[in-house]
Design a protein around this ligand. Structure first.
Ligand code: SD4
Length: 331
């Protein structure tokens, strides 16, 4: 038996003995919540991701169409962007921190609420697959820095120099002024967050990024933080985020959106409320972008952001589309 399952099973059986009466009384008083969706039809399989990463949704769709799991689909899908050297905000080819180190963040979550994450990991081209190994092969949820990198080598991932010549040149140019600013809707904000429902109706999600370009050494944003950059609840739906991670962490954005859907909001309404909560705390600020996307159990989707310019890619039996979202600020 895998260590993780062993730990789970032993914890469950102990908990079962001790807390059965308590559990029963909680069940009796459980309040009925409104239905999660009124949609007459359900769309599955389906995959969506932040921004118009159409090669990523196409890859995920390939997996889903063949009857593959949503977990495999999101892993394979986001790996496309991790491997793309022209994508300067995800995986190999990502922008370095201000000291010239490319440090990657990623997390993954499955239909059973299992999750894994790697934070601030160097020299490994596919952090999402390492995050999955953390989820499946360890009793932990997060591994950071050198520990994550060491774990990846133990699992057979090769050491890779992630700093491309182009990224190095741009960084050296940036260093001349060393002015740190987030730039709305440029590549600085192109984290890929992906959500999928497979033919069985099960939901999974993945999120992966090199974080904010020229960040402080050791900085970690929302993307590998379960509940902030990504959250999935197989009974309800999933949500994921892109943009300035500090603000998403402050509101535990993706968890918030899933909980709002649980209470009856559509994915669109829930994303809008998620952005509103952030803007409530940032009344005088207009200098940052955040985009959320969400999906519910029936395959209804939504997206919303602060500034114009955000969209999300989707792929269903009806084909692939790029969906431009409504915005909190109109210009
Ligand atoms: C972060 N959310 O590290 C990420 C940034 C992002 O494309 O979206 N980058 O805060």
């Amino acid at each position: 038996m895998k260590r993780r399952n062993f730990l789970k099973n032993s914890t469950l059986s102990t908990a079962g003995i001790i807390s059965a009466p308590l559990f029963a009384s909680c069940q009796e008083t459980k309040k009925e919540l409104p239905p999660i969706t009124n949609a007459a039809v359900s769309v599955k399989p389906i995959v969506i991701c932040t921004w118009n990463f159409k090669n990523a949704t196409a890859k995920a769709w390939e997996v889903l169409e063949k009857g593959g799991s949503s977990l495999d689909a999101v892993e394979q899908g986001v790996k496309v962007e991790e491997a793309d050297l022209n994508n300067e905000t995800v995986g190999n080819g990502g922008r370095p921190d201000r000291d010239g180190h490319v440090t990657l963040d990623a997390c993954i979550m499955d239909k059973d609420g299992n999750c894994g994450a790697v934070l601030c990991m160097e020299n490994i081209a596919h952090p999402i697959s390492v995050a999955r190994k953390v989820m499946e092969d360890t009793p932990h949820v997060m591994l950071a820095g050198k520990g994550a990198e060491q774990f990846a080598y133990e699992k057979g991932f090769p050491k890779t120099n992630l700093l491309t010549e182009k990224a190095k040149k741009d960084w050296l140019e940036w260093k001349k002024k060393s002015k740190y600013e987030t730039i709305i809707n440029i590549e600085n904000h192109d984290t890929i967050g992906m959500l999928a429902i497979d033919k069985n109706g099960d939901i999974a999600g993945a999120c992966t990024t090199s974080g904010m370009g020229y960040k402080m050494a050791g900085r970690v944003g929302d993307s590998p933080i379960i509940g902030a950059g990504l959250f999935v609840d197989n009974e309800v739906g999933g949500a994921t985020a892109t943009g300035v991670g500090e603000e998403v962490v402050r509101t535990v954005g993706s968890f918030l959106i899933v909980e709002l859907m649980r209470q009856g909001k559509s994915p669109q309404e829930a994303c809008e409320e998620g952005v509103r909560r952030i803007m409530e705390k940032n009344k005088d600020r207009r200098d940052f972008q955040i985009g959320f996307i969400a999906i519910n159990k029936n395959g209804e989707t939504g997206g919303y952001c602060i500034h114009p310019g955000f969209s999300y890619s989707s792929y269903t039996e009806a084909g692939q589309t790029n969906n431009t979202t409504e915005t909190f600020l109109k210009s």
